[in-house]
Design a protein around this ligand. Structure first.
Ligand code: KIV
Ligand code: ZN
Length: 516
């Protein structure tokens, strides 16, 4: 049996994608869940990239106990020092240093000759060894690099002490057969390759990141870089849940290769990421999409009932998808509610949190006949956001119809003060957003707006997701809101995005005032 190590880069490559940035607290929360999932190495950030990243790597290193914590660093002394400093809070640490090796990157980005790149790579690995004995080296754009040069670089960095050599398909250009062949060739042509683990890092520009990673495993790679829900630069990275389940379900094909991932935590991890970043996965997404285990067609249902394996290659329970049960209605008590929370895996909520959730649950049960697990998760999402909310909605009402100008009034609470404003708009949602902007004296550009139903039935809760660029901010803030009323869900989503924007702004201002 041979172990395949899972290196999770959700908090680094994943976070680089627009709309997925996370606060330090959010990263810590995500890292603790990744640890529960059984991830071997958590890349917590790129410590030298920003103060926020440095802080995140440091905090994750302080909090995580079982997984190895890693920081990315360019092949520069200053980057490596920052990574070493941020990771100094744990013994269980890795520095991941990289430099590009493809002709196009060396000529146009680095403006360096191949021999200079090789020398810099070796120097970086040696320097990183001063901070930890676990150094991983990545040859950025390895797939488009010249083979002989790539072999020389890998041989040299392994001699310098790198324990893992990573082979990125940085621009997502490879085809599975070719990528597998590259790994086989590295195994056969790098003389000291037995002293290092071969790792791969595949991007999904052609939708092949998982296929390429699996082909690499078949050919000798023993570490895969991946992200939750496949988030990452551009079209994303290989999705961790897909790689892990492919290895598990097709153990007959990947003979003797296993991961130590606790697959029952997959669904929860995916949902936590959505909750934290205000994103959601497409319904037909493999493993974690809403339809992944739904068997709609009559013929499939008949087959499944007759013998499960006619259409099912894995069970929803294997990845921790809770069976969708109707939970008690408006007459259910706190005890039953708490029991269901536990069954759904929310075992670490305080009594105070449960009290707050129970009040919300009762209010919802008054509006909806049946409260599903999805509805309960939505309540948790709303109630348990991880930052202090600057603004809260006290009430709103909207005048709308086909013969009136849509007009909305909102009452908000900001820093203990109540503000009431009224505005009109092209439609009821536009009117509500205009009223909010007037009340907060801010302008936001709505970059994206999506809505979906969370559970079934006419009274289902609607989930709205928005992406807003506030004022002159370079970053887009995402927000999510849930309600049985889509105007209320939209209002909550907009306020959520504003609160996230303000939380980030306050964090950056605090760091600047501290002189860091
Ligand atoms: O895509 C890439 O090449 C990377 C490296 C830094 C590993 O993210
Ligand atoms: Zn990448």
């Amino acid at each position: 049996m041979e172990k395949l190590y899972i290196f999770d880069t959700t908090l680094r490559d994943g976070e680089q994608a627009p709309g997925f940035s996370m606060t330090v607290e959010e990263k810590v929360k995500m890292a603790l869940q990744l640890e529960k999932l059984g991830i071997d190495v958590i890349e917590a950030g790129f410590a030298a990239a920003s103060e926020g990243d440095f802080e995140a790597v440091k905090r994750v290193a302080q909090e995580v106990k079982n997984a190895k914590v890693c920081s990315l660093a360019r092949a520069l002394h200053s980057d490596i020092e920052r990574a070493g400093e941020a990771l100094s809070h744990t013994e269980n640490r890795r520095i991941h240093t990289f430099i590009a090796t493809s002709p196009i990157h060396m000529q146009y980005k680095l403006k360096m000759k191949p021999d200079e790149v090789l020398e810099r790579a070796v120097e970086a690995v040696k320097y990183a060894l001063k901070f930890t004995d676990d150094v991983e080296f990545s040859a950025e754009d390895a797939f488009r690099s010249e083979r002989e040069f790539l072999y020389r670089v890998f041989e040299a960095v392994i001699r310098a002490g790198a324990k893992t050599i990573n082979v990125p398909d940085t621009v997502g250009y490879a085809i599975p057969e070719e990528f597998g062949q590259l790994i086989a060739d590295i195994k056969n042509n790098v003389p000291n390759i037995d002293k290092a683990i071969i790792s791969v890092h595949c991007h999904n520009d052609l939708g092949l990141a998982v296929a390429n990673s699996l082909s690499a495993v078949k050919n000798g790679a023993r570490q895969v870089h991946a992200t939750v829900n496949g988030i990452g630069e551009r079209a994303g990275n290989a999705a961790v849940e897909e790689v892990v389940m492919a290895i598990k379900v097709r153990h007959d094909y990947f003979k003797g290769i296993y991961t130590t991932i606790n697959t029952k935590e997959i669904y929860k991890t995916s949902r936590l990421l959505c909750r934290i970043t205000g994103s959601f996965v497409q319904p037909n997404k493999a493993i974690v999409g809403d339809n992944a285990f739904a068997h709609e067609a009559g013929i499939h249902q008949h087959g499944i009932l007759a013998h499960r394996e006619t259409y099912e290659i894995m069970r929803a329970e294997d990845v921790g998808v809770p069976a969708s049960k109707i939970i008690l209605g408006k007459h259910s008590g706190r005890h039953a509610f708490k029991t269901r929370l536990n069954e759904l895996g929310y075992t670490n909520l305080s009594e105070e949190d449960i009290d707050k959730l129970f009040v919300k649950f009762k209010a919802l049960a008054d509006k909806k006949k049946e409260v599903f697990d999805e509805d309960i998760e939505a309540l948790i999402l709303e109630e348990m956001s991880d930052f202090d909310k600057e603004v809260k909605v006290k009430y709103f009402h909207v005048l709308n119809g086909n013969s009136v100008i849509p007009t909305a009034t909102v009452k908000l609470e900001k820093e203990g003060n109540e503000i009431i404003e009224t505005a009109s708009g092209d439609g009821p949602i536009d009117a509500v957003i205009n009223a909010v902007e007037k009340a907060l004296d801010i302008k936001g550009k709505l970059m994206d707006y999506t809505i979906r139903s969370l559970s079934s039935g006419k009274d289902a809760m609607g989930e709205v997701r928005v992406m807003v660029r506030f004022e002159d901010s370079e970053n887009v803030a995402s927000g999510k809101g849930i309600s049985t009323d889509i105007i209320e869900a939209s209002l909550k989503a907009y306020i959520d995005a504003y609160n996230r924007y303000m939380a980030r702004k306050a964090f950056m201002e605090k760091r600047i005032s501290e002189g860091v």
